[in-house]
Design a protein around this ligand. Structure first.
Ligand code: PLP
Length: 454
């Protein structure tokens, strides 16, 4: 590595996020310099198909000029303003109006922040505030799922079920954060157990937890319709129906974390639509702006919003706000993104290309490394197994997922190893031909790793 090169400066000064910092100190990072459609290019000019849409987010790829123009226009007109103290600006109002129009039923109120983590963090605060205001001061505990991913603020990381986000960070923050099992049917079902029976078992586990803790102490359940950071994992059949029945029985709120699923990822506008979820609040971000600007939105039900108004009658000002929440440039980019989704019928495109994607991955089941494939729309996970007949995983120390991820990089494909589950979430604009090319590169990587491990 040349001294003073970009890579040397990166090692010397950058603290990378969610990265093995020791390995980074030795190996350095792949630095991406530009993007075109579904591809990105590194400092050496090597091209990669972005099979993850970066962080499950660049829905319109990496060169959508209309979004750059929308940002530039807004920067010239009003580059910044806030929404504190009854002030505001047109882009945030127009976007809130649009989101209320397309939201799942009853979610008519929108709180803007800049990230998915902040949105979930705000949801947690609002749940606590809400229950205090309606006279349930003991109903405060929150249930997430093991391997669930809800972000990195102290509260959102506590809610997440990711060991590395807790270990040595002194998290979860308190005993208000509880977790139930990860519904990975393939890995966890008992011999002969159907998906429906597995879902019923997951719901029974939830109910046991609620009864053990006392239903009067449990405020809300958070779930991603399709788990992202937990492995691009679709729920087993009947899962959310069974879970929702338990929550309704005990008057527990459902917060849908649609930070990945929102805006077409699952083949419907919302993952909640795909799985029949009726959320009380919904977090969305990422594809809201195609990630050309940082923005998230917490969609809030009429019932919860009414309590917030009560809160102001009691306390005065709603005591929550971020400087950049609902930034006008981000809101202008979001409005343009949503317009593009409609004009280009991106949902129709996802539905058309999804079978090519899912059937192509399904065909890899015959590969000796592939134990399971699950997906919906344009999100899927491929589970690697040492012995698929016996459902025996590789030892963690073999780092097989990481090796497949590295082989993909060598083959010009960026996907994510989550343990030994390979996650795919390409940009929503990916064409059938690009899907085929992505699958070819993936197969090549699988073959390379199989040649080493067999
Ligand atoms: N929720 C889910 C489901 C996510 O996947 C993520 C990030 O990947 C977050 C929340 C956190 O969003 P952010 O990174 O914008 O804070």
């Amino acid at each position: 590595m040349r001294p003073n090169s970009l890579h040397a400066a990166d090692i010397a000064h950058m603290v990378h996020q969610q990265t093995d910092l020791d390995a980074h100190g030795r190996d350095g990072a792949i630095l991406i310099t530009r993007g075109e459609g579904c591809r990105v290019y590194d400092t050496e000019g090597k091209d990669y198909i972005e099979g993850m849409a970066a962080l499950w987010c660049a829905s319109l790829g990496f060169s959508e000029k209309r979004l750059a123009d929308a940002a530039y226009r807004q920067m010239l007109e009003l580059p910044y303003y806030h929404t504190f103290s009854g002030m505001g600006h047109a882009p945030s109002v127009r976007l809130a109006e649009k989101l209320a129009e397309i939201a799942p039923p009853g979610l008519n109120h929108v709180l803007f922040q800049s990230s998915g983590s902040e949105s979930n963090d705000a949801a947690i605060k609002i749940i606590w505030y809400f229950n205090n205001l309606i006279g349930r001061p003991h109903k405060k505990k929150l249930i997430g799922r093991l391997r669930g991913y809800h972000g990195n603020t102290v509260a959102a990381a506590s809610l997440s079920g990711q060991p590395l986000m807790h270990l040595d960070f002194d998290l979860p923050l308190s005993d208000r954060f509880l977790h139930i099992s990860n519904p990975n049917y393939y890995r966890e079902h008992t011999p002969g157990e159907t998906e429906d029976a597995f879902s019923a078992r997951m719901a029974a586990e939830l109910e046991q937890l609620i009864e053990r803790e006392g239903p009067e102490t449990i405020a809300a359940f958070f779930a991603e319709p399709v788990q992202g950071g937990g492995g691009a994992l679709t729920p087993p059949r009947g899962y959310f129906q069974a879970i929702q029945a338990v929550l309704k029985k005990h008057d527990i709120l459902f917060v849908a974390d649609e930070v990945i699923c929102g805006f077409g990822r699952t083949g419907n506008r919302w993952g909640s639509e795909t799985y029949g979820i009726q959320p009380d609040m919904l977090s969305c971000a990422k594809q809201l702006t195609a990630s050309y600007q940082p923005l998230s939105a917490l969609l809030i039900s009429d019932r919860i919003h009414a309590a917030l108004i009560e809160g102001s009658r009691k306390n005065g000002r709603f005591g929550h706000g971020f400087t950049y929440g609902g930034h006008p440039v981000a809101c202008a980019v979001a409005l343009e993104t949503l317009a593009i989704y409609e004009e280009r019928d991106i949902l129709g495109h996802v539905r058309a290309v999804s079978p090519v994607f899912l059937e192509g991955l399904e065909a890899l089941r015959e590969h000796p490394l592939v134990g399971d494939v699950r997906g919906v729309g344009l999100i899927a996970g491929v589970e690697l197994m040492a012995d698929k007949a016996a459902r025996t995983p590789f030892p963690v120390s073999a780092k097989v997922g990481q090796r497949v991820q590295d082989a993909c990089i060598a083959a010009g494909l960026i996907i994510r190893a989550i343990g030994d589950r390979m996650a795919f979430t390409p940009p929503l604009i990916i064409t059938a031909a690009e899907v085929q090319e992505m699958l070819l590169r993936f197969r090549r990587a699988l073959d390379d790793v199989w040649a080493e491990v067999q």
